[in-house]
Ligand binder design. Structure first.
Ligand SMILES: [Zn+2]
Length: 433
């Protein structure tokens, strides 16, 4: 199902036209009254007149999380990325602060509705309509992700059940009591709910839930995680990525569960070589840089997401022309480890472990030093009934990544569990000079 069929299936030239129109409108306002970008553009010597067509976007400077953090520190309390008078802002959110001080982000009513519309692409693509019933199994805090889903569901007239403050058991009962058809959460928490249902003797696979939408961490595109979730919930699994700074910028369609469509009518996407700042060819891995076009009140212009992606422009069976991120977000640019000369991303190791891990068992990957050597240890939970997967994981790590790992099995329940994002990688090596 489409949210906006006309733009979602428009030829690339038409999409570029839409982008150019929206970019001009936004830049005019930003040049007029947004101090953050006024200063940044001035510092880089770019005038509004220098931007004569869509390709000129490369003349604009990048923005980064650090820039916004610094701005908020120097200009309390909300920084200067505010295009409109303060009294127009109605929504406050902040980042989780996993990489430094949490970033605050404000939206006006208009921008907030724009965010809901972006998210609505995601719900529509997952086949969600006003006939569905959405269960929201999380506490409404200042983090933006699930608020966006709530607003999008309201925008699409979907009946919405909030369960903030409830226990896992109450949330599970709520599904059957109200015939909920859609549930949204992190893969970690969706697996946790499935595990709890198993313990409580609740038949989730036979429940009314037909769609699971994941966010917050990779999951739907890791085949092993996807299969586990689809089997446990008896539901189709979708995923969408989003950032507080940019909003929801992509979604999964029902024809390709190994890619995410960029909402190109609302975002300009660039994939760059992080070191040179130059575009990489389509199909090559690079850093995702986003410009959102409808959030003029507090925009992200050429925002470096630090996420590694691969953009392709092949046609999709769903009929959409929006470009695709193959494999979704492939990892964080700054997370790459060098272990005994081998470059590896923790997410790549995690994917291999997930392939062999049983539902309910946790794992933890630790990089540490032994003498002068970097070592990797993977702790894997097991039960007396679990298959021993130590050998196969050791072999696959060696075969696929050329990495030697030590596997340690521990009883189920030993490793920390989270209801939000799981922490499954620790680097204990001290920083070397
Ligand atoms: Zn598609």
């Amino acid at each position: 199902m489409f949210y906006d069929a006309a733009t979602e299936t428009a030829p690339l030239e038409k999409i570029r036209e839409i982008q150019w129109q929206k970019l001009q409108d936004m830049l005019k306002k930003v040049y007029q009254s947004n101090r953050f970008y006024q200063n940044s553009f001035k510092k880089h010597g770019v005038a509004l007149e220098d931007i004569r067509n869509l390709d000129d976007i490369v003349k604009l400077p990048f923005s980064t999380k650090k820039d916004f953090q610094k701005d908020q520190e120097e200009n309390p309390v909300f920084g200067t990325n505010l295009t409109e008078p303060f009294e127009n802002y109605v929504q406050f959110h902040q980042t989780t602060g996993t990489t430094g001080k949490p970033l605050k982000w404000l939206d006006t009513k208009e921008c907030w509705l724009w965010r809901a519309r972006c998210m609505a692409h995601s719900l529509a693509a997952a086949g969600i309509s006003s006939k569905d019933v959405l269960l929201l199994p999380f506490n409404f805090g200042p983090y933006t992700a699930f608020w966006g889903v709530y607003e999008a569901a309201q925008h699409l007239d979907v009946l919405t059940i909030p369960t903030g403050g409830w226990t896992t058991e109450q949330r599970l009962s709520c599904i059957g009591e109200n015939n909920a058809t859609l549930i949204i959460g992190t893969p970690t928490y969706m697996l946790r709910l499935a595990e709890a249902a198993q313990d409580l003797g609740i038949d989730l696979a036979g429940s009314s839930i037909r769609v699971l939408i994941l966010a917050g961490e990779p999951g739907a595109m890791i085949p092993a995680v996807r299969e586990k979730l689809e089997r446990a919930w008896g539901a189709k699994v979708f995923e969408y990525p989003g950032l507080t700074e940019t909003g929801t910028y992509a979604f999964m369609c029902d024809q390709d569960n190994q890619a995410l469509h960029i909402i190109e009518s609302e975002f300009i996407v660039e994939v760059l070589d992080s070191k040179t700042g130059k575009s990489v060819a389509d199909g090559e891995i690079g850093e995702l840089v986003l410009t959102n076009l409808g959030r003029t009140c507090s925009p992200a212009i050429r925002y470096r997401t630090n996420d590694r992606v691969r953009l392709e422009r092949s046609s999709c069976a769903c009929g959409r022309t929006f470009g695709k991120l193959i494999g979704g977000v492939l990892g964080r640019q700054d997370e790459m480890l060098i272990v005994r000369g081998v470059n590896v991303f923790p997410s790549t190791m995690a994917n291999i472990v997930e392939e062999y891990l049983e539902l309910g068992n946790e794992y933890l990957i630790t990089a540490f030093r032994r003498g002068d050597m970097d070592e990797l240890k993977i702790q894997i939970e097991t039960t007396p009934e679990s298959k021993d997967v130590s050998e196969i994981i050791t072999t696959e790590m060696k075969k696929r990544l050329n990495l030697r790992v030590e596997i340690q099995t521990v009883p189920r329940g030993t490793l920390a569990r989270s209801d939000y994002k799981g922490k499954r990688f620790i680097d204990e090596r001290s920083k070397r000079a």
